[in-house]
Ligand binder design. Structure first.
Ligand SMILES: NC(=O)c1ccc[n+]([C@@H]2O[C@H](COP(=O)([O-])OP(=O)(O)OC[C@H]3O[C@@H](n4cnc5c(N)ncnc54)[C@H](OP(=O)(O)O)[C@@H]3O)[C@@H](O)[C@H]2O)c1
Length: 271
């Protein structure tokens, strides 16, 4: 258990996942975690379910918490930075998970604070996320350790340079949605072929989960594992031929490139 007080602004999908993970892993006790949340019923539910403290303003949070996570939408971020600007000093570490918003823009708004940018993903809700972070100019090695400890509670953590964060957003930040899209399509294929939807859902989900675990545990290349399933003249070869004809790999790459481009646009304030 560490002895710093953690403030979180925004208790939505990611904020709640982070708070839950940090408490579950015993990194910080619930009474040392504070939340500012504009959606009052949501804030109160998190307070009563997790035993955290609710702050009524970012100013009151900043007075008590020297480590603050910004878990609000990019569009909501600059109003919060303006509010925080006068409240923070060099003792504050601010960790932003907002997609696209560059360190320099936040460092301009918060000229005193140390800033770190992190891109997590939603499997953080069950401790199976993956996050990549980059340090701002004023952030230190100790800040990096703190970020790794916090985000390590909800999955794996990598350090990257900031110019890679749009790519990270495109691969792992948005990535869970691509995987759900694929699973949904596979379930529908099963239903089309006559399987009850419930059975198709179990078969498709467990297949994706098992294939990912095998890939991770074996250390083999995806192509090698594909070849293992693909016998000459067989069923998988027939299916993979359809993927090839439809340009599936190119489509996945185009989709990720579009996500990275959108991340860059958000960083430039383009709505
Ligand atoms: N979800 C993802 O897959 C994912 C992955 C990586 C990074 N991120 C980043 O994580 C951040 C949060 O995303 P999310 O999906 O958790 O969003 P979310 O579910 O919308 O959560 C944001 C929460 O903050 C509240 N809020 C808005 N303005 C506020 C303010 N001024 N003070 C306090 N609370 C405020 C929102 O309330 P209202 O709903 O009433 O506005 C909402 O409850 C975003 O910047 C996003 O780019 C998300």
């Amino acid at each position: 258990m560490v002895m710093f007080k953690l403030g979180v602004i925004g208790g939505g999908a990611m904020g709640a996942a982070l708070i839950g993970g940090v408490i579950r892993n015993g990194l910080i006790s619930a009474d040392k975690i504070g939340l500012v949340e504009v959606d009052q019923p949501r804030g109160q539910a998190l307070q009563s379910n997790l035993g955290i403290q609710l702050f009524s303003s970012v100013a009151s949070m900043a007075a008590e918490c020297q480590t603050i996570i910004l878990a609000i939408k990019p569009i909501q971020l600059f109003a919060i930075l303006t509010e925080l600007g006068t409240q923070l000093c060099e003792k504050h570490l601010v960790i932003s998970i907002a997609a696209g918003v560059p360190l320099a823009a936040m460092e301009n708004s918060l000229p005193q604070a140390r800033i770190v940018r992190v891109m997590p993903n939603t499997p953080a809700r069950i401790g199976k996320g993956v996050s990549a972070y980059c340090l701002g100019q004023r952030a230190s090695g100790t800040d990096a350790e703190k970020v790794e400890a916090i985000f390590g509670c909800v999955g794996k953590v990598l350090r990257v340079s900031e110019d890679k964060l749009d790519a990270v957003t495109a691969v792992s930040g948005s990535g869970p949605a691509y995987v759900y899209y694929f699973i949904d399509a596979l379930i529908n294929a099963g239903v089309y072929l006559g399987l009850p939807r419930k059975d198709a859902a179990v078969l498709a989900t467990e297949t994706v989960l098992g294939a990912a675990e095998l890939l991770k545990n074996s250390g083999e290349h995806p192509r090698q594992l594909m070849n293992e399933v693909t016998s000459p003249g067989g069923t998988t070869a027939a299916a993979l031929f359809e993927f090839e004809k439809a340009g599936f790999a190119g489509l996945v790459m185009q989709a990720a490139i579009a996500a990275a481009e959108r991340s860059r646009e958000i960083g430039k304030g383009i709505r």
